[in-house]
Design a protein around this ligand. Structure first.
Ligand SMILES: [Zn+2]
Ligand SMILES: [Zn+2]
Length: 330
């Protein structure tokens, strides 16, 4: 599908700044109609210009290379692939460029065009498919805690140890533990870009995808669930340790963690991606499309390091010359 402007016929996109649909061609708001395309698994005919657009195996939203319209593939956002929720982009491209510039402007040795308008403009907004896991966990703990009391009398130190039975029975509800469902997205990057504010999750509407790229999930929940369970185990352990704090020592007699009801739902989260190509290497940058958190390391330009060293050397030489001149004058 494709969203067409009722006013001028241009492609209407979702504007993160306005929080609504917007036509960048005639600047009208929320005057769109949905037009359907004709597609199969590998290609689609652009409903706007009739061009043949190649489609990746998992692509659910892309841009027509001929007319720049953003296309969404119905069968990859409906039925078994219908996302239940989405955090719409909160940061637009301009805001994102600005924050990358802010962050890296002091980066002395980055190549000259690293923060150039042309390069930064190649940045793309991507909705990453995620599974959100939820569990009801019961944790029963039985242990023995000690508390110490020390005092001095007649130059001797005395210690009294008191023993306590430590029993806990905690029920913990975990909801919306996110794990990305895309093979293309590096797991470590997605963990670094997190956290998202899940209070802003909304019911999915394809309109939010217009103006962005996206993939349908391509890793089944069972394949990635281990990562959610690991989080649950770690967080349960942490909560338990916090709950039995205050003792000098705690000896575990029995600890039983049971995972009860579990649930999983499917959603999309917003990430801006900027790939900088430098000397046959790719330097990817990711920006959380909701919070603006940036992940990535700027490349180092040898040329600029030498240039900098050269300037420094020139300054030092000039300094020496001055000293030499002063000595001669004396
Ligand atoms: Zn328009
Ligand atoms: Zn087109």
């Amino acid at each position: 599908m494709f969203f067409r402007c009722k006013n001028c016929g241009g492609n209407v996109v979702y504007s993160p700044e306005r929080h609504k649909m917007f036509c960048p061609y005639c600047e009208s708001e929320q005057r769109e109609e949905r037009a359907e395309g004709d597609n199969n698994a590998e290609m689609t005919i652009c409903p706007n210009c009739g061009g043949e657009v190649k489609v990746g195996a998992h692509t659910s939203a892309t841009r027509c290379a001929y007319c720049d319209s953003y296309l969404i593939f119905n069968e990859r956002v409906e039925g078994q692939y219908a996302p239940r929720m989405i955090i719409p982009f909160q940061l637009g491209k301009e805001t994102c460029k600005k924050s990358i510039r802010e962050k890296f402007k002091k980066c002395l040795f980055a190549p000259v065009d690293f923060l150039s308008e042309v390069r930064l403009d190649s940045m793309e907004g991507i909705y990453v498919p995620y599974w959100f896991f939820g569990y009801d966990v019961r944790c029963v703990f039985q242990g023995e805690g000690t508390k110490l009391r020390t005092w001095r009398s007649d130059d001797k130190e005395y210690t009294e140890t008191s023993y306590y039975a430590v029993n806990r029975d905690m029920s913990i509800r975990f909801r919306n533990i996110p794990v990305d469902a895309s093979e293309a997205m590096p797991d470590d990057v997605m963990e670094l870009v997190a956290p998202f504010d899940y209070g802003q999750l909304e019911a999915f509407k394809p309109e939010y995808m217009s103006g962005f790229y996206s993939e349908k999930y391509n890793m089944a929940p069972g394949v990635v669930e281990g990562r959610a369970k690991k989080r649950v185990d770690e967080d349960t352990g942490k909560l338990m340790r916090e709950n039995i704090a205050g003792y000098h020592s705690v000896r575990t007699i029995r600890q039983d963690i049971q995972t009860g009801n579990s649930e999983v739902s499917y959603g999309l989260l917003p990430v801006w991606k900027y790939i900088y190509h430098y000397r046959d290497k790719e330097y990817p940058f990711y920006v959380n499309g909701q919070t603006g958190k940036i992940v990535g390391t700027a490349p180092i330009s040898r040329g600029r390091v030498w240039l900098y060293a050269g300037t420094l050397w020139a300054c030092l030489t000039a300094g020496f010359l001055m000293v030499g001149l002063l000595v001669m004058l004396l």
